[in-house]
Design a protein around this ligand. Sequence first.
Ligand SMILES: *Cc1c(COP(=O)(O)O)cnc(C)c1O
Ligand SMILES: [Zn+2]
Length: 408
Amino acid sequence: MSYVKGLKCRECGRPFPKEPLHVCEFCFGPLEVDYLYDKIEKALSRDRIESREPNMWRYRELLPLDGDPIVGTQAGYTPLIRAKNLAQALKVKELYIKNDAVCYPSLSFKDRVVSVAISKAVEFDFKVVACASTGNLANSVAAHAAAGGIQSYIFVPHDLEQGKILGTLVYGAHLIGVRGNYDEVNRLCSEVAGKYGWAFVNINIRPYYAEGSKTFGYEIMEQLGWKMPQHIVVPMAGGSLITKINKAFKEFAMLGLVKDIHPKVYGAQAAGCAPIVTAIHEESELFRPVKPKTIAKSLAIGNPADGFYAMGVMRQSKGWGEIATDEEIVEAMILLAETEGIFTETAGGVTVAAAKKLIDQGRIPHDESVVISITGNGLKTQEVISEHLSKVKVIGPHLREFDELMKQ
Ligand SMILES: *Cc1c(COP(=O)(O)O)cnc(C)c1O
Ligand SMILES: [Zn+2]
């Protein structure tokens, strides 16, 4: 049973059928999935959701498939942790970490979007799936395609971290390293998609793909005891996740599943690639694309597809945006690991560092509740952090040598 009405243009509002489309043929605006909310309201309740398996498909009425998911049936429902140690370090009363560093199966929030996208691609009868990626999407598409027995072609900037490269090749994906940045990879992929007729999860079936991100927001509200947080900090690459978390808040409020307390939504970017946050700081209507230069490669999108909408979310919710330098990113990765035992990748460092600034600035008040969105795993970006950690103390297998060490 599907609750999808069809697609709708985000600019002019014109309706389109439930097909592999992504741009409006009248105004070139991006298309978005539209639902039969009246029917969903009758079908979905807190009890109904709670009775289901702990994965993202417990919200299946709000996801755009016609049938059951074909891949990624176990994705999502990651821990929401009350982070008391980090709260003390950042001087805020009530702090939570939503931890998609341990999302199944490929250890980033991209498993949420990919399980929807590939399942939808199979419903549309595509035989090959593909993507343009800054790394985590590559890992996730490769893993889910392998599990579904589907061929995958994956395009990435050639100079990605080893962990992201290995974590794609191991699944037997066709991996193409492009000499260029993500925006150049993406442009190439738009041409390939047109010519080869493949399902590019984040290009020609992007409206369906992006809906998977909403489950990150649904879970936070359910895990807070069916409540919205007062503040949430979200990392931004293309700017899709932040807009979909905001959509999740609105949908749950509209369906009467939570009370709307109008959460303030804050976006985080690396200083070396901050087109969206810069536009927020300058209070300008449009953002200027940039050439990325940052260790946070997973967020290195200089011309973000949803940047304009991400700005809208931050403004309308009365949130803000902040940036983190490479040095601040590494510091924040170590802070999160040492205070909460959570090893996040560079994107998580960006988010924690931005949250710290927002709290220090008083934008997030010390006595309110905030959720920090951790979206990826630190084992994938080891090269940035290795030189910043203390060295291993090597000894022979003798008590005497250990005693010596303890005396130092
Ligand atoms: C892709 C990605 C993001 C941001 O995604 P957008 O929806 O493009 O803004 C955040 N964190 C990590 C680790 C990612 O891989
Ligand atoms: Zn339109």
